[in-house]
Every structure is written in C-alpha cells, then in structure tokens.
Design a protein around this ligand. Structure first.
Ligand code: PEP
Length: 250
C-alpha cells in the first residue's frame, strides 16, 4: 500500500511573515489529516525558518531545486549538503519551470537526481509534456524520455528511492486540468515503464499528479489507482485549501 503524499510547492512566493502564518495554519489543521504524508517546499531562504516551525510535527520539508555540484565556486547555487543540514527530506528536481525557464536538460535533471539520492534525501522527479507535445500525441514519448534518462543514471533501484510527479506542463498554474481518466492513463504508463525494469519498484513508487490541483478536483484524481497524491503549486499557499487537498488525498 503506497502512502499518499501531498507536497506544496510554494515557488517564489512569501515573506517571513506570510510563510510563518502559512506553516502555523497548516500545523493547526494537521489533526484532520489522517493517512496522507504532508510536505512543504518553501523558497531556499525560508527553509531554515520552516524547519524550526515544523519541528515535532509530521510535516516534511522539501526544497524546490538543488545544484548538481557538491560544493565550491558556484555562485548562487545551493548544495544538497546544505539542504540536508537545514532538515530537508525532499528535493524537487526537474520542475517544468526549471526545464523551460532555466534551460534544465534531461541530463542535468538526472545529475541533480543522483546528487539528491547520494545525500540520502528523496528526490521528487517532475515529468510532463508541453501542450504542443500533447497535441501531437507525443505525451508518452516525452515522459518516457524524461524517465529513461534518470533510470539510466541511477538504475531502477534509484528511481524506486524517489517520488515521481507527473505534471502536464500546460496545466501548471493555468487553471486547465486533464480529466482524472487522462491523468490515470499517464500514471499507468509511467508505472508500466518502471515495471518493465522491476515490478516491485513499480508497485511501490509513489506517482503524484500536479497541475492546477485544488480541493475540488483532487478527490476525482486521488481515487484513481495509480495516482498517489499531488504536487500542489498555487493552492498550497492557503492553509485551509492545502489542508482540504491533504484530506482529500487521505
Ligand atoms: C507546480 O508548481 O508543480 C504546480 C503544479 O503548480 P499549480 O498547482 O499552481 O499548477
């Protein structure tokens, strides 16, 4: 049985005051979340603050990105050892905004994934197609390519140590969503791709859905066999809405 995971990706939002209020709001409502694992991914500069605020709770901490290098002269970058130091459990790698706005290639994403694993943290690998790729019927080809590069780099066992987030790029932050059936098809495709290497890894790996998820559309998605929770952007910035999503994933 895979434990559902709901991870809030706060992106580049918040102030010291607002992230403190958001965490306090989530903490206050955690008693109503029973089975889902809950994680928050604040901007780097707030990780330490949030780590302190969630101490003693079951809320996990994630980072939104990481450097592929271990340490050294890489101005502006953040090493995985630093993320570990401040208490991160998860690191998002290959988010579509990193891929499309900052030119992250499949190979770079695989390097980052490997670096996170090496440090003993859990990578959340984002995969998903652009609108024109879906319109051309290439969504499976794109997702397979994004997955295969990582499998090649860390092996299927390495992929089994992480979490996958399927996020059709055209649904992120746009209010557009795929139907639960379309999402399930994509998730089943991902699981089959893993199963071609190792059936038990495929069975155990959590595959989250992401893309304009909110408390109204998550229930329909979460009831699908291969959807194990969500990676939530905009809707994770309000404690009540985020908690409603977590409860729906329970
Ligand atoms: C995301 O940031 O991964 C995401 C899915 O964003 P949103 O929920 O805002 O579409």
């Amino acid at each position: 049985m895979r434990q559902p995971l709901v991870a809030g990706n706060w992106k580049m939002n918040g102030t010291l005051e607002s992230v403190t209020a958001l965490v306090e709001g989530i903490k206050a409502g955690m008693g109503s979340v029973f089975t889902a694992e809950v994680a928050v991914c604040p901007p780097f500069v707030y990780l330490d603050t949030v780590a302190r605020l969630i101490q003693g709770t079951s809320i996990a901490l994630g980072a939104q990105n990481v450097a592929k290098e271990e340490r050294g002269a890489f101005t502006g970058e953040i090493a995985v050892s630093m993320l570990k130091d401040v208490g991160c459990n998860y690191v998002i790698v290959g988010h579509s905004e990193r891929r499309t706005l900052y030119g992250e290639t499949d190979a770079l994403v695989a390097d980052k994934y490997a670096r996170v694993l090496e440090a003993g943290l859990t990578p959340i690998l984002c995969v998903g197609e652009l609108l024109e790729e879906r319109e051309a019927g290439k969504e499976e080809e794109v997702v397979a390519r994004q997955l295969d590069v990582v499998i090649e780099k860390v092996g299927i066992a390495g992929v089994g140590k992480g979490v996958i987030a399927y996020e059709p790029v055209w649904t992120i932050g746009t209010g557009k969503t795929v139907t639960p059936e379309q999402a399930q098809d994509a998730h089943a495709f991902i699981r089959q791709r893993l199963a071609a290497h190792d059936g038990s890894v495929a069975e155990a790996t959590r595959i989250l859905y992401g893309g304009s998820v909110n408390s109204s559309n998550l229930p329909g998605l979460a009831e699908k066999a291969d959807i194990d929770g969500g990676l939530i952007g905009g809707a994770s910035l309000k404690a009540d809405e985020f908690l409603a999503i977590c409860r729906a994933a329970d």
